[in-house]
Every structure is written in C-alpha cells, then in structure tokens.
Design a binder for this molecule. Structure first.
Ligand SMILES: O=C(O)CCC(=O)C(=O)O
Ligand SMILES: [Fe+2]
Length: 361
C-alpha cells in the first residue's frame, strides 16, 4: 500500500501566453458577507451573473490560492501516488446512477471514432455527521487523508451555502429556502471531485473536434470549480459564441446547474460549457481539476419555488415535485451508462415536468 501522508506541494502551471477569447466573469467577493447590508449588495451582483452568463467567480469565501493549491496537491496525489489497483478498489458503477468512486480513463469511445475519453475522475461522497456514505470512502487515498478531505469538502460547501442564501434573497424567498434543501448533513449525491485530463495527440484530438469534455449543462444545483490555470473550459453565451474561462487567482468558478434552473422557473441560467484541447503552450501541463458539485437529495423536492419575483415575471407555475436523488440518479445513468460519449444533439431528458436538453452540437 502506498502511504502518502506527505503530500507533495502543487506547483501551479504557467498561464497561457496566447490571446484567447475570454469571458468577462463577474467576481463575487464574500469577504464581508456577514456584515449588515452586504447580502443584499451581493445578491444584486449575483442576480446579474445568474441571469446572464450563469458563470461567475467567488473570492474570499474562505479560500485563497494556497488553499486551492493544497486541494490540487491532494488531487494529484490520488492520481499519481496510488496504483491502478488501489484506485479501482472503489470503481463507479454507472448502472446504479450514483457517481461515487473512480472512473478509469478511456472507458468510452468519443463521437463514434476510435478515440477514447481522456479523463480519470474520483468523486468523493460527503462526510456527513452520520457517516451516511462511509461505504463510498473505502479506498486507500480517502482513508489516508480522511480528515483533511472531510474538512475540505465542508469548507467548499460553506461557499455554496452562502450562495444559496443569495439566490433565495434574489427570488425574495425566505433566506434559507435553498439552504434547507441542500444541507451538508442530509444525504445527497454531492461530490468533491478530482479529475485528471490526459493529453492526446494532435491527430487524435482532431478526430474529436478537439473536445476534451463535450458540451453539457451540470446536473445538480451548483458547481464550484477550484481556479483552473490550464485553459480549455469554455462557456456558450446567449449569442452562441464560445468564450474561455480565465483563471481567477484564489477564486472558485461557480455555475448554476439544471436543478436550480428548474427551481427558479428558468430565471437562473444553466450555461452550456465544454472543455477543448488547451493552447499549445499548456497542452502538456498537468490539467488536474478540483470541484464540488452540489446536488439535491431525498429531502429536497424539486419544484418551481413560490417566489414573489417569479410570480411577477410570470415564471411561476405549480409543478409536481420531483425527488432530488431520484432525478440525479436517473440523469447520471442516462448520461453515463452508455457505450460511448456521443453528441446526442437535442436529446431531451425528461422526468415529470422537468425537461433538460441533454446533448448539443
Ligand atoms: O474540467 C473542467 O474545466 C470542467 C469540467 C466540467 O464541466 C464538469 O466536469 O462538469
Ligand atoms: Fe460541467
């Protein structure tokens, strides 16, 4: 067994010198969140972002660039310090629709070619008070770093909790409307994710239109991405143009997923995004990703929130509630329990009145 209580420090790769077409992300500074009057100010800023690009960056939510580098150091340790056998001790079983554990690289062909996907992924379930997900923590990496990962998972969730308060304020709901539906200690398929992209050759990438992660929207309520220095993540703006997400030192890049979009009657935008082959000066840099995905669980019934704002805007209607976990598992299964990653352009995923476009060109 590889014991790695000594995690090697992470050296952030150099930023690209290429002049890429960057998106203008709003920066939400949480430094003064708890001071009187601040939440309303931040809610106004977030309203703009969530209503237009659906992506923004958070700073001072308890993370600085050192904390972010530390998270990357843990991610790298999993991918590089553990054997295939140790990693596979906890392998994802997509037939169940839960996405906990390890997904090997290259398990599926892309766009009907011979080229295979280039990502290794580890999804770490929550560390709740009742240890609800203990069975999904059974691998050497998680065991060796249990307390640290538990701390990291809760700490990043705290940023999401603050954002949920702002979303409720925007919709003129009780401040805890979304907080109560996304409690860390309630069971839900949230995950702290580490991901590693393995560069392919130029020729291989050309066969799959240089796509490293096909266009999609995120399944859950909120996604937080630890500042990614290696360019490649692109968002699709309302005018159809793709823009790169620029690194934000010390920032967490956040975006709205399909469930929060539904909860808000479509008011909070869920933005299509993808990952393309990085620029040539970064293509061989290690592209490790660290994320937190917040997803509704059993206690969260997804339905359009009875928001005064949505009512005024004509976006409110009564909807039949959908169980959070039921939705998440069906969606994961539908997306991943397949023979290959194809475009499936305009394919629709439907559960009750909840419809999501699930494939894009
Ligand atoms: O790796 C990235 O930059 C984004 C990946 C992503 O969109 C996802 O895993 O949902
Ligand atoms: Fe995504």
């Amino acid at each position: 067994m590889t014991v790695s209580s000594n995690i090697r420090p992470w050296q952030s790769p150099e930023e690209t010198q290429e002049d890429l077409d960057w998106a203008n992300l709003t920066i939400i500074d949480l430094a003064h969140f708890d001071e009187p009057g601040q939440k309303q100010i931040l809610a106004n800023q977030l309203k703009e972002a969530s209503n237009s690009d659906g992506f923004w960056a958070v700073i001072n939510g308890g993370f600085d660039q050192n904390d972010i580098n530390e998270a990357f150091a843990y991610g790298r340790s999993f991918f590089e310090d553990y054997t295939e056998e140790e990693k596979k001790a906890l392998e994802v079983d997509f037939t169940t629709g839960n996405y906990f554990g390890y997904k090997v690289r290259g398990n599926k062909p892309v766009f009907g070619t011979q080229v295979r996907d280039n990502t290794e992924t580890l999804n770490i379930a929550k560390f709740t008070k009742d240890d609800t997900f203990a069975e999904y923590h059974k691998n050497n990496f998680i065991q060796n770093n249990h307390d640290k990962l538990a701390q990291l998972s809760r700490k990043v969730f705290e940023v999401a909790r603050k954002l949920f308060i702002l979303f409720a304020i925007i919709l003129e709901l009780d401040e805890n409307y979304f907080v109560d539906r996304h409690l860390y200690d309630d069971p839900s398929d949230d995950s702290l994710r580490f991901m590693k992209y393995h560069p392919r050759t130029k020729e291989e990438d050309a066969q799959v239109e240089n796509i490293w992660a096909r266009a999609h929207t995120d399944f859950g309520s909120l996604t937080l991405l630890f500042n990614q220095v290696v360019a490649g993540l692109q968002i699709k703006l309302a005018d159809g143009e793709w823009k790169y997400v620029k690194p934000v030192t010390g920032g967490l890049i956040c975006n709205i997923g399909d469930t929060l979009n539904f909860w808000s009657g479509g008011y909070f935008k869920t933005t299509i995004h993808r990952v393309v082959r990085p620029p040539e000066d970064q293509v061989n840099a290690p592209r490790i990703g660290a994320f937190y995905f917040v997803r509704p669980g059993d206690k969260a019934q997804i339905q359009i929130a009875p928001s005064p704002l949505l009512k005024r805007l004509g976006l409110y209607r009564e909807t039949e509630p959908i169980g959070g976990t039921e939705y998440v598992r069906k969606r994961v299964k539908d997306y991943h329990d397949v023979k290959g990653y194809n475009k499936q352009a305009d394919k629709v995923f439907k559960l009750g009145e909840f419809e999501v476009i699930d494939g894009f060109n």
